[in-house]
Design a protein around this ligand. Structure first.
Ligand SMILES: Cc1ncc(COP(=O)(O)O)c(C=O)c1O
Length: 397
């Protein structure tokens, strides 16, 4: 505990920051494990697979060959070239190294992008529920984070009439995230076309968080809004290595954007992290330019797990869950068994040994839902389902 006189000195702006409760729940679950309890971890969004061997080998080689020093703030040029090539190929747009900025994870890159764009009084529109980093950073910067509720009845795709209704002359940025955390929803081409049309008519920038672009089960495949006509110049693509390559602990992410914005984001990285770990960037090159089979294999496995979890949840009396088309999250509706999803998530952790997150950890529209990350083995997922099924009748409220 801080002494009151110290507490008074903390910056008022801290009161506007949110936080990602997955890390808090993970700490609590680990604490229970230390005290001898068995917990199935479905709280944090990270692949349980090991990082592919050729990527680890590239990092080891880089350590031995001197990649242990400072490198440019925007990222090592060879990695930025590999990213520009990868994005140009997969999104069908022309990008070069000056469009690309590398940072220690997608999250700090998002922070720097928002810091580069938002002045106090500006508005950022985002979907609720959402990955907490967007609204937290926007609010901290004194901008207004304006939420558009995501509805289960629309398979958790944005209601674009509601989005249009929220646009104002102060709207500087609209954030989209498809495939979506926490719901697994995926925007269709028609959705993206409508957002692109609005962006051009109403003149806003789009941050397209594409970190789950490799985790997609929709046969149509992944579509980036940046690939639509006239959109490359007003889209900032955020992506990274954490989810696609099972590299959460390496801390490596990137974004592609118009060059003027890339310069500003680089200045912010220069002022905060100086640069991203050199040998980790070498691993990133291996990930993007080496064999892709591991990514495909992991994704095939996620799809099987999705089916096990979603079908399993739907077979539990009182729960219902839409079939997500991407990412690795299930977002079941728990309103028939719980008035308070936070209490339910606590109960599942304490009583059933299953760590999940309350939907409201992602915003008020998450009320009535919990999030399960199915980036865990089928065996553990089945155990979790069994535990939930057994414990649920004992939950009061
Ligand atoms: C939607 C979304 N964007 C970005 C990130 C950032 O990931 P990282 O900082 O590990 O690259 C996450 C991580 O959970 C996420 O869910």
């Amino acid at each position: 505990m801080l002494a009151p006189s110290v507490e008074r000195r903390l910056a008022a702006a801290l009161g506007r920051l949110g936080s990602e409760s997955a890390f808090e729940v993970m700490a609590r679950a680990k604490d229970l494990e230390r005290r001898g309890r068995s917990v199935v971890h479905l709280e944090i969004g990270e692949p349980d697979f090991d990082t592919p061997a050729h990527i680890k080998a590239a990092a080891a080689k880089a350590l031995e060959t001197g990649w242990t020093h400072y490198v440019p703030s925007a990222g090592v040029i060879e990695l930025r070239e590999a990213i520009a090539g990868h994005l140009s190929r997969t999104r069908g747009i022309a990008l070069d190294t000056e469009n690309v900025v590398v940072g220690p994870g997608g999250k700090p890159v998002i922070w720097c992008i928002l810091s580069a764009l938002l002045d106090p009084g500006d508005e950022l529109i985002y979907a609720d529920p959402a990955y907490p980093a967007y609204a937290s950073a926007a609010s901290y910067l004194g901008a207004a984070a304006v939420a558009v509720p995501l509805l289960e009845s629309r398979d958790f795709r944005l209601d674009l009439d509601a989005l249009e209704a929220k646009l104002s002359p102060r709207t500087k940025v609209v954030v989209i995230n498809s495939p979506h955390n926490p719901t697994g929803g995926v925007l269709t081409r028609a959705d993206l076309e409508r957002i692109a049309d609005l962006a051009q008519r109403r003149d806003f920038l789009v941050i397209s968080d594409e970190i789950y672009s490799r985790n997609i089960y929709d046969d149509a495949g992944f579509i980036s809004i940046a690939s639509l006509p006239e959109m490359a110049q007003r889209t900032i693509i955020v992506d990274g290595f954490s989810k696609a390559y099972a590299m959460t602990g390496w801390r490596l992410g990137y974004a592609a954007m118009p060059k003027e914005i890339a310069k500003a984001v680089t200045l912010l990285l220069n002022n905060t992290v100086s640069c991203t770990t050199a040998f980790v960037q070498m691993a990133g090159i291996a990930a993007l330019t080496g064999p892709d089979d591991e990514v495909v294999r992991m994704n095939r496995e996620f799809r099987k797990r999705r089916d096990v979890v979603v079908n399993g949840l739907n077979a539990i009396p009182g729960l219902s869950c839409v079939m997500p088309q991407g990412a690795f999250y299930a977002f079941p509706n728990v309103t028939r068994v719980a008035r308070d999803e936070k209490r339910l998530a606590n109960f599942l952790l304490e009583e059933a040994g299953v760590a999940t997150l309350a939907g409201t950890a992602f915003g008020p529209a998450g009320k009535g839902y919990i999030r399960l990350s199915y980036a865990n083995s089928i065996e553990n997922l089945q155990l979790a389902l069994e535990r939930i099924r057994e414990a649920l009748p004992k939950f009061k409220g």
